[in-house]
Design a protein around this ligand. Structure first.
Ligand SMILES: *Cc1c(COP(=O)(O)O)cnc(C)c1O
Length: 418
C-alpha cells in the first residue's frame, strides 16, 4: 500500500506496510532465506550503495521483517504532520527483542563519557542495562524524579555531558506516568536525544512523536504482537538519515536482528491491534473499578482511576489508560499466594499484552530473590498483584477475581482456605 495518507488507524493496522508479492501470495510469506541474489555485478553495486532498493543478507532484513517495520512506523506516525505540514515519515528497525532494540538505540546515540538522564521504575531489564552494562562502557546514568520538571532542568544544567533523556510511561509497578510533552521539550531545549519506551501504551493510546521525542522503542512481545507468540523489539526514529546510517549500522553490527517467523506472527497480530486495544482498555477500566470497590483490596494502581496520582497526565497524553494495572491485597504475602493459586480463568504468568489476562505476584516470582526492604522501596509490597487485562468477556475476568479474593467481611480479613 503506497498511499496511506487518508486511511484510518485500523485500516493501517491491516494494510499498512504491505507490498504485493511476486507469486501473488495474499500474505507476505515467511522469507526463510539467509541471503539474496543479484542479477549482475552492477545491480549488486547499486543495492550495496543504497541507490536501488533490494535485500542483501538476512541479518540486515527481509521482506517479512520489512512489512512489520513499515506497519509500526505508520502507526506511530498516524495523524501527525511534520514541520512542513506533510504526513510525518518515520523509519523503524525490528530486533530480536525489546532489549536488543534498546541496546542498538543506546549504543547508536551515547558514547563513553556521556550520560543518560532517566527516572525510577524503568522496566527491570532496562534498569539492569543502565546499572550493570553501560558503566563498563563509560556511560553513567542519573536518576531524577521526572515529575519534577524544574529538578530535571537543574540536573541537566548541573551535569556536563548528559546527552540522552530516557522515559518510560506508564511504568511498573505503580503505573506512574510522566509528562512527555514537557520533558521532551526540555530535553530538546538542552540538545538531548529524547527517547521513550512506548511498550505499555502502544501507538494506539499514545504517540510520543506528537512531542519532541526523537526515538521510540517497543517490546513488540507485548500488545503489538498481542498473542504471546514471539519475543521482539523495535526502534522507531524521526531522523531518517540517522536511522539509515548510524542506527542501521549499529543494528547490523550488534546482530540483534529479528527473523522472518517472528515478524510474520507480529504482522498477523497487528491486523487486529486497534480492535484488541479497545477491548483491553474497556475491560481494564471495569476491572480496576471493581477492584477499587473490593473490601479485600487495599489499593489499586491504574491511571484511569481518579485516585491515581498521574490521572491528569494520563488523560492529557493517552487515548485510554491502558490495560496494565496492579493492586495490593489486604493480607500480604499469603493473600497473594492464595489468590494466584485460586485463579481459574486468568493465567499465572509474567509478561503482558496477550489476549488472555495475565496475573503475577512479584513478591513470589520476579522479585523473590530481592531483599524485602529493597523491593518495598520499589513499591513491590507483599500482597502486590500485577495484572495485564485481556480481551475475554469482562464478566468472566471479574467473576474469576471475585472467587479468588476470598475476603471475610465479618472478620475483615482474607480467608485462607487452603
Ligand atoms: C518487556 C519489556 C521490555 C523488554 O522487552 P523484551 O522483548 O522482553 O526484550 C522493555 N520495556 C518494557 C516496558 C517491557 O515491558
Amino acid at each position: 500500500m503506497s498511499d496511506t495518507k487518508d486511511l484510518g488507524f485500523d485500516t493501517l493496522c491491516i494494510h499498512g506496510g504491505h507490498i504485493p508479492e511476486n507469486n501473488r501470495a495474499h500474505l507476505t510469506p515467511i522469507y526463510a532465506s539467509s541471503t539474496y541474489t543479484f542479477d549482475s555485478a552492477e545491480q549488486a553495486i547499486a543495492i550495496f550503495k543504497g541507490e536501488e532498493p533490494g535485500y542483501i543478507y538476512g541479518r540486515f532484513g527481509n521482506p517479512t521483517i520489512n512489512e512489520a517495520e513499515d506497519k509500526i512506523a505508520l502507526m506511530e506516525a498516524y495523524g501527525i504532520q511534520d514541520n512542513n505540514g506533510n504526513p510525518l515519515k518515520l523509519a523503524a528497525i525490528l530486533h530480536a527483542s525489546g532489549m536488543a532494540a534498546l541496546t542498538t538505540l543506546l549504543l547508536s546515540n551515547v558514547k563513553a563519557g556521556e550520560k543518560i538522564i532517566t527516572h525510577q521504575s524503568l522496566y527491570g531489564g532496562t534498569q539492569e542495562m543502565i546499572d550493570k552494562i553501560l558503566p563498563g562502557l563509560g556511560i553513567q546514568s542519573i536518576i531524577v524524579d521526572f515529575h519534577n520538571i524544574s529538578k530535571v532542568e537543574e540536573t541537566i544544567k548541573a551535569n556536563k555531558g548528559i546527552s540522552l533523556m530516557y522515559m518510560e510511561t506508564p511504568a511498573n509497578p505503580t503505573l506512574q506516568c510522566v509528562d512527555m510533552e514537557a520533558l521532551a521539550a526540555l530535553g530538546k531545549q538542552y540538545g538531548l536525544t529524547v527517547c521513550a519506551d512506548n511498550t505499555f501504551a502502544t501507538p494506539y493510546l499514545q504517540q510520543p512523536f506528537r512531542y519532541d521525542v526523537d526515538f521510540v522503542m517497543h517490546s513488540t512481545t507485548k500488545f503489538l504482537n498481542g498473542h504471546g507468540t514471539a519475543v521482539g523489539g523495535i526502534i522507531v526514529g524521526r531522523d531518517l538519515e540517522k536511522m539509515k546510517t548510524v542506527v542501521t549500522k549499529t543494528h547490523r553490527l550488534l546482530g540483534g536482528n529479528s527473523n522472518a517467523f517472528d515478524a510474520f506472527v507480529l504482522t498477523n497480530g497487528l491486523r487486529t491491534f486497534g480492535l484488541r486495544m479497545e477491548r483491553h482498555c474497556s475491560n481494564a477500566q471495569q476491572v480496576a473499578e471493581y477492584l477499587e470497590a473490593h473490601a479485600g483490596v487495599a489499593k489499586v494502581n491504574y491511571p484511569g482511576l481518579s485516585s491515581h496520582p498521574d490521572y491528569a497526565i494520563c488523560k492529557k497524553q493517552m487515548k485510554h489508560p491502558g490495560a496494565v494495572l496492579s493492586f495490593e491485597l489486604k493480607g500480604g504475602f499469603e493473600a497473594g499466594v492464595h489468590f494466584i493459586n485460586n485463579l481459574k480463568v486468568c493465567t499465572n504468568a509474567v509478561s503482558l499484552g496477550t489476549c488472555d489476562t495475565l496475573v503475577s505476584h512479584p513478591a513470589s516470582t520476579t522479585h523473590v530473590g530481592v531483599p524485602r526492604e529493597k523491593r518495598l522501596q520499589f513499591g513491590i509490597t507483599d500482597g502486590l498483584i500485577r495484572m495485564s487485562v485481556g480481551i475475554e468477556n469482562v464478566e468472566d475476568i471479574i467473576n474469576d477475581l471475585s472467587q479468588a479474593i476470598t475476603y471475610n467481611h465479618n472478620e475483615h480479613k482474607i480467608i485462607n482456605n487452603q
